[in-house]
Ligand binder design. Structure first.
Ligand code: ATP
Length: 207
């Protein structure tokens, strides 16, 4: 079953068109790994999928409430403890028990620690644990393993694998090999648009 279908999508960042003609589909139980050199537009595509930036053209067919996005900016509440952050998200997204998320990223020793006072890798673990708490089936992840040590990269890969086994999907921009057996790869280089400023009144019409 297809959970996310992208058809002829054009994506912008600020005033610039970054991608055009992006077309792919992701099924339940499938991960799609986005590849492409620095600046190609992986973050731009993920932001568009997450609804943070409107598409310039094309279609995104998915339940908008199905997508959970995790980006470079971790989105943690710095003054709240790890447990309070997870409980906060549990209340926002429904009443998911945060215990599996805590276990998946080995957050038990850190539950009382304020999020703002953790290391970069610890913050990342909390940010990834948030995905489990959302209960959302389509994960859109931007460089999720940045700052993680090898043990926590393995925990992350295990969490994604479990998510896929439960019928979830994932679109992941990453430069490393996560070793996910179900993953397919999409190189976005062919979709890189000739840079067009969308606020230029003389620019070629986009859509
Ligand atoms: N606010 C902005 N306004 C205009 N252009 C931007 C803006 N932010 C990023 N860009 C440009 O958009 C292009 C795509 O950037 P994006 O962050 O999507 O690439 P990426 O594939 O995720 O790169 P990386 O592998 O380095 O994370 C880049 O050329 C970048 O310079």
């Amino acid at each position: 079953m297809i959970t996310l279908r992208v058809t002829d999508l054009a994506c912008a960042r600020g005033p610039a068109q970054i991608l055009s003609g992006v077309t792919f589909a992701v099924a339940a139980g499938q991960a799609l790994i986005l590849r492409g050199p620095n600046g190609a537009g992986k973050t731009t595509l993920l932001r568009t999928l997450a609804g943070l930036t409107p598409p310039l053209a094309g279609r995104i067919d998915a339940d908008p409430d199905a997508i959970a996005y995790a980006s470079h900016a971790d989105g943690l509440k710095a003054q709240m403890s790890v447990l309070e952050n997870l409980q906060f998200w549990a209340s926002v997204f429904g009443t998911r028990d945060p215990a599996p998320a805590i276990a998946a990223f080995h957050l038990e020793p850190l539950l009382d620690r304020r999020a703002g006072e953790m290391s970069a890798g610890q913050k990342r673990r909390l940010s990834l644990a948030r995905l489990l708490v959302t209960g959302r089936p389509i994960w859109c992840l931007d460089e999720p393993t940045v700052s993680l040590d090898a043990e926590n990269v393995a925990r992350f890969a295990a969490a994604v694998t479990a998510h896929l086994e439960q019928g979830g999907s994932a679109v992941i921009a990453t430069h490393i090999d996560l070793g996910l057996p179900q993953a397919e790869t999409l190189d976005i280089t062919p979709f890189v648009a000739k840079r067009i400023r969308t606020d230029d009144p003389f620019a070629e019409r986009l859509a």
